[in-house]
Structure formats: C-alpha cells, structure tokens
Design a protein around this ligand. Structure first.
Ligand SMILES: Nc1ncnc2c1ncn2[C@@H]1O[C@H](COP(=O)(O)OP(=O)(O)OP(=O)(O)O)[C@@H](O)[C@H]1O
Ligand SMILES: [Mg+2]
Length: 317
C-alpha cells in the first residue's frame, strides 16, 4: 500500500445472499487507492456498487473477500471509524429535534463537550449556511437544508476522510450548486481532508474532483485523473458575443460558423490558447462577450472511451 493513501481497497468483493441458493455480487474484485487530501468522485449507474463500496469502507458491511485500510488501519477495526465523517444516501433525523439539538446529540456521541462543542457547532452552522434555522425543528427543513445539516454532522469531529453518498441527489439546480460550493469550501478550508463522494452526474464530479473512479456492475472500469481524461488542448468552448461586426466575425471565425442564440451569436473555439487570442482581439473592439462555457461533451466522450463499457443509455445523465 502507498503510505500516503487514505483509503486502500485490495481485491475487495461483496457478495450478498439474496435467496436460498441465490447470490448477488455487488462489488467485484475492486482495487482502489485514494491519496490523502484528494477529492475523488465515484461514478456509476444505479446498482453499480457505489453505496456498497462506501458501506464497506465505513465498516458497516464486511467484505466477502479482500482488505480495506483507512489511514493504514483495517476497516474492521471500530477505531478506524474515528477517521471518517459520513453523509448517507438519504439522511434522516429525529424530526422533533431542532438542528442545533441534533448536532449537540451527535457531538456528545463523539465525545465532544462544553465550549469546544458549542464553538464547533456555531462554526458548522455558519459553514453550511443554516444559522438562521438552528433553532427550527428539522421536520420543517427542506431536502437541501437536511443535506446541509447532515454535512455539518459529518464534520463534527474534523475527520480525515469524508464519505458523501450522492450529496447532490434530489436537490434542485440551485441546491446542487450550493452543495457543490459547500464541498469545494470544505476542501479549501481543510486541504488535508480526503473527500470521497458518489454521484450519477458527471458535471458534479468534473467541477469538484481531481480523479474519478467509474464502477459498472461492481467492477472498476476506470480510475483516472480528470486532467488526463481531457488534455486541455482538446477542450472546446462556446463563446457568445454581441455587437460583432461582420468583418471581425469573418476574420476570427470564418464564414457561417455562428449559431444565433437569444443573447447574441455563439461560436465554438478549440483549445485555451485560441480562446485567449480570440478574447484579446474582441477586447480591442466594441464587441461584447456575453458568456464563455466549456463543452462538457468532451469529458463524457473521454470517459466513454476510457471505460469502453457504457452504452449510450447507461451514460450518466
Ligand atoms: N443488502 C443487500 N442485499 C442484497 N443485495 C444488495 C444489498 N445491497 C445492495 N444490493 C445490490 O447490490 C448492487 C449494488 O447496490 P448499491 O446500492 O451498492 O448500488 P449503487 O451504485 O449505490 O446504486 P444507486 O446509484 O442506485 O444508489 C445492486 O444490485 C443492489 O440491488
Ligand atoms: Mg447508492
């Protein structure tokens, strides 16, 4: 094992008994090392084994075969759990308690007390943007607020490893963005903390993670850095421009390359160097840049090629 690995799975298999003579292999000979301090995304369609993998890392399920080490300690040891903060797939809390009472309860279970616990809770309410609802009963919390409270709970004892099982699931677009921002703030404020989270959505993984692991039918199909999936010179961008003179359009983009959009004309540009050059030319003129977005299709294609397993219908949404 690499000494700097925070999670190390060696030939891990989980077989469930599903009937008298029936079994289901949920995780199949999985080898994975997650370095300390990294944000790693676990991607895969429904039933590919993401939650089972996480539950084995947490020690909630025992692998049928193989070994899991957390910060060098076997996941079978209860003491290994002290390193981990966990956000389950569907967090549920005692609905008659307030957010604050819940954090006090879990904090005390972790052995925190007194001023230290009080200060930690205040800081966490601030971090997850729930200060205004600290004294409200959680039965009145929205899905996004419940997820954020669960994240605060997972951070109570400043764990070395955070395991988030689909932190964005069930959230509306704004909630997803808030959750993504929260995870990236947690990472920025705790650069030594390893974050291992699952998702169906490539965009979440792309914006937050350094590396991505792809599971299919319990098998690891790809484990690679986002950077190597798309080398930056292959990256394509869409740029939307207003007030572009026909002569400059011809000079920069050639003939008939634009698409009309509500806010102006949209052009496709390949590579960051060309993008910089186009921007520098536009800035010398009255043309207005309305927006620039990276084309996500690139990463999906790269992942598709790297795994060579996803059919179009199985591609994550
Ligand atoms: N306790 C269990 N008993 C029997 N089969 C199980 C059990 N838990 C999971 N499975 C099966 O193992 C496979 C992997 O399930 P898992 O929940 O790990 O998938 P997942 O990738 O988290 O899916 P999702 O994206 O839907 O959350 C599925 O086929 C599931 O039905
Ligand atoms: Mg799951």
């Amino acid at each position: 094992m690499n000494s700097s690995a925070c999670i190390s799975l060696t030939e891990v298999t989980k077989v469930f008994k599903t009937g008298l003579l029936k079994t289901k292999t949920a995780v199949d000979n999985l080898n994975l090392e997650v370095p300390a301090g990294e944000v790693v995304g676990l991607l895969g369609p429904n039933g590919s084994g993401k939650s089972t993998t996480m539950k084995m890392i947490l020690g909630f399920l025992k692998p049928t075969l193989g070994e899991i080490l957390i910060c060098g300690e076997s996941s079978n040891n209860i003491s290994a759990r002290a390193y981990i903060g966990y956000l389950p797939e569907n967090p549920r809390f005692q609905k008659f308690l307030t957010g604050k009472e819940i954090l006090i309860y879990y904090g005390k279970l972790l052995g925190l007390q007194g001023t230290h616990l009080k200060n930690r809770i205040e800081l966490l309410f601030e971090l997850v943007n729930l200060k205004h609802a600290a004294f409200e009963r959680v039965q009145g919390y929205s899905k996004g607020m419940t997820q954020r409270l669960a994240i605060a709970q997972s951070l109570l004892n400043q764990p070395a490893l955070l395991i988030f099982d689909e932190p964005m699931s069930g959230l509306d677009p704004l909630g997803r963005i808030e959750m993504r921002n929260l995870i990236s703030t947690i990472h920025a404020e705790n650069p030594k903390t390893t974050i291992f989270f699952s998702s169906h959505v490539l965009e979440d993984v792309e914006t937050l993670c350094k590396s991505v692991a792809l599971l299919q039918k319990g098998k690891l199909k790809t484990y690679t850095s986002i950077e190597s999936l798309i080398s930056s010179d292959q990256q394509k961008y869409d740029i939307v421009i207003k007030n572009l003179s026909p002569s400059l359009e011809l000079e920069l983009f050639g003939k008939n390359t634009s698409k009309s959009v509500a806010t102006g004309k949209s052009f496709s540009i390949e590579g960051p160097e060309r993008l910089s050059w186009v921007i520098s030319q536009l800035l010398k003129t009255p043309a207005q840049i309305i927006g620039i977005t990276g084309q996500r299709r690139q990463l999906e294609e790269a992942l598709f090629k790297a795994s060579e397993v996803f059919t179009k219908t199985e591609m994550p949404a």
